[in-house]
Design a protein around this ligand. Structure first.
Ligand code: BJW
Length: 259
């Protein structure tokens, strides 16, 4: 192949070319090539360096709000500094093409970053919330915080307290993300399930498939026998259920698939 792009098996290419309604389920791996750390990879994954129990649970926020607040502000700043990669761009382009020809491409992401959107795509569902959304931990009033500023990729040393809610004047402002033990937002979850049930092709990109209930969403396609394609350099919890497994980085495989 003279272009240097990875070769995709012909049967997978023809599935992609023939699809009219594509459902994409994405995870941290699609943003890895942009420089956003994933969660579970050794040694770069966030949960390899930080304790999920101390950061991504409601109990953690209750016991050390400054630590959790500061960590999420650091993550938000990191996300803001990076740019979408060729994987995000390929999906955005494919979405434009399909929408223009009467089809559709829906994106349900577990990521709290906005890199799909910044590549020009419309996201149907942010299943685990967003790094730019905040709300009161007590009265749930939504709040906008000024853009965070941390210059370094290293975690900030000095924790600072989250602001107090101006509405109820009782609660602390918490990140608008879904922590372990919390329910997923119902509307995005149902919208993602509907899109996956209606799809004629499902792409599972850059997720370990370990975190429920999100990880079960792509399997809804099995009800109708919809072809499932995984894009991931490594085998995952979902690999056995896939009809096709493309092993490699999303930033190379997605442009080759969507060409
Ligand atoms: C590349 C690549 C490249 C690298 N290209 N690919 C036992 C069984 C079942 C469930 C449970 C259980 N025990 C507890 C639970 C429940 C729990 C759960 O699932 N735990 C498991 C870990 C065991 N789930 C929950 O608690 C959920 N809520 C819930 O169940 O509620 C029930 C309830 C109902 C009613 C009332 C009350 C409660 C909530 C889960 C929330 C998850 N939150 C996080 C943090 C979000 C905020 C933040 O960003 O900080 O979401 S955890 C973290 O994991 C984040 C991610 O969205 C999520 C998924 O991770 P993801 O995206 O798959 O990343 P990785 O790192 O795991 O994988 C990256 C992949 O990319 C790898 O495969 C790489 O190979 C690949 N990759 N480079 C393509 N270039």
């Amino acid at each position: 192949d003279q272009s240097g792009s990875p070769s995709i098996p012909e049967d997978v290419l023809s599935l992609a070319r023939g699809a009219q309604h594509v459902a994409v389920f994405s995870g941290a791996g699609i943003s890895a090539e942009s420089g956003v750390p994933t969660f579970r990879e050794v040694p770069t994954g966030l949960w390899e360096r930080f304790s999920a129990q101390d950061l991504a649970t409601p109990e953690a926020f209750e016991s050390d709000p400054a630590l959790v607040h500061t960590w999420y502000r650091w993550r938000a700043a990191l996300i803001q500094r990076v740019a979408p990669n060729r994987g995000h761009q390929a999906l955005a382009e494919w979405q434009r093409q399909l929408t223009g020809s009467g089809g559709s491409l829906s994106i349900a992401t577990q990521n709290v970053d906005d890199l799909h959107e910044r590549a020009g795509a419309e996201v149907l569902a942010h299943l685990h919330g967003s790094s730019t959304a905040y709300r009161c931990a007590e009265c749930e009033a939504p709040v906008e915080l000024p853009a965070p500023r941390y210059d370094s990729d290293a975690a900030p040393a000095e924790p600072s307290d989250p602001p107090l809610c101006q509405v109820c004047e009782e609660g602390l402002i918490r990140p608008g993300v879904v922590w372990f033990g919390e329910p997923l937002p119902m509307e995005p979850f149902e919208a993602a399930a509907d899109a996956i049930r209606a799809a004629d092709l499902i792409l599972v990109v850059g997720t370990s498939g370990l975190v429920q209930p999100a990880a079960s969403l792509p399997l809804l396609g099995m009800e109708r026998g919809t072809p499932l394609i995984e894009i991931n350099p490594e085998p995952t919890e979902l690999s056995d259920a896939m009809h096709h497994r493309l092993r490699g980085p999303a930033g190379e495989l997605l442009p080759a698939l969507v060409q």
